[in-house]
Design a protein around this ligand. Structure first.
Ligand code: SPV
Ligand code: MG
Length: 290
């Protein structure tokens, strides 16, 4: 069974699937270990990990390599954040072929122009593609699949661009018309009122993906209760936790000139060795080194 078919079956079974943001195999492993059914290959996290803005600076090849690594090392269901698809419908065709070969379960393409500007930055320049242009991209992505199970999710940034719920609904319908399997609708409003207004008026023609970052009180239960949501993405909480923990640890080691005080509040070396599969190495050595 293909990753896409597995993700479709999981959505059918669970109603709402939760995807945790990851940007390498280690974070993917931790997300899988915590029980998240899907792994969000976040462009935002990957950009931050590269020390660059989430504005079309990281290349497709770099993101693709991370997706492959995440899928290979965890066997998990990768939901790939393709930003705007790395260009037009031609570029997106080649991208979808490559991501499918890399073993992802889903690709998400947003309706912004290239190069995109990260969605949650206050006052960011948010330019949307024309609806017809984006429909062409979606149709190209759908046609590029070898595996009909691969999920092609549309994503509208209409709310992010400040164009309102009517425009988001209009675009959502147009993208469903073009054949999108799911629709991610993103909002940066400080409460869930905007997204709930959208959900309330959404026809339900395709199930939704939500990203409750700006309005963190909206959770799995609210998504489930709406009956219109197939996936919730936790888009950057792991990286933000790691940044704070590393800052605190670095500051303590620097101030104290020793790692003694941090030792009992950081992961053990044994934990890291386990995450690196050293048990497997020992087993391979036992069996095959002669
Ligand atoms: C990402 O995690 O890269 C996303 C979600 O696309 S957001 O950063 O909120 O746009
Ligand atoms: Mg992104």
């Amino acid at each position: 069974v293909s990753p896409g078919a597995r993700l479709r079956a999981l959505i059918a079974e669970r109603g709402v699937v939760e995807a945790m943001a990851c940007h390498n195999a280690l974070t993917a492993r931790l997300a899988a270990e915590a029980g998240f059914e899907a792994l969000w290959a976040s462009g935002f996290e990957l950009a931050a990990a590269h020390g660059v803005p989430d504005a079309g600076v990281v290349s497709m090849a770099e993101h693709l390599a991370v997706c492959r690594q995440m899928a290979e090392r965890t066997g998990g269901l990768v939901v790939a954040d393709l930003d705007t698809g790395f260009g037009n419908a031609v570029n997106l065709t080649y991208a979808v072929e490559a991501y499918e070969r890399a073993g992802v379960a889903a690709v998400v393409v947003e309706d912004k122009t290239f190069p995109k500007m990260t969605s949650l930055v206050p006052g960011g320049r948010q330019e949307l593609a024309r609806i017809e242009e984006y429909q062409g991209k979606l149709e190209a992505a759908l046609a590029a699949r070898r595996d009909p199970g691969l999920i092609v999710a549309a994503r509208t940034e209409a709310l992010i661009a400040g164009l309102g719920v009517d425009e988001a609904l209009k675009r959502g319908e147009a993208y469903a018309e073009a054949g999108a399997d799911l629709l991610l609708v993103h909002s940066k409003a400080p409460t869930s009122a905007e997204i709930e207004a959208f959900i309330g008026r959404w026809s339900g023609r395709v199930p939704l993906i939500l990203v409750p970052t700006a309005f963190p009180s909206f959770g799995r239960e609210a998504a489930r209760a709406s009956g219109k949501v197939a996936m919730v993405i936790w888009a950057n909480q792991g990286l933000r936790a790691a940044v704070r923990a590393m800052r605190d640890t670095f500051a303590a080691v620097r101030a104290e000139g020793s790692a003694a005080s941090v030792e009992d509040r950081i992961a053990t070396l044994g934990d890291l060795l386990e995450l690196q599969e050293m048990e497997r190495v020992a087993e391979l050595e036992r069996r095959y080194l002669r």
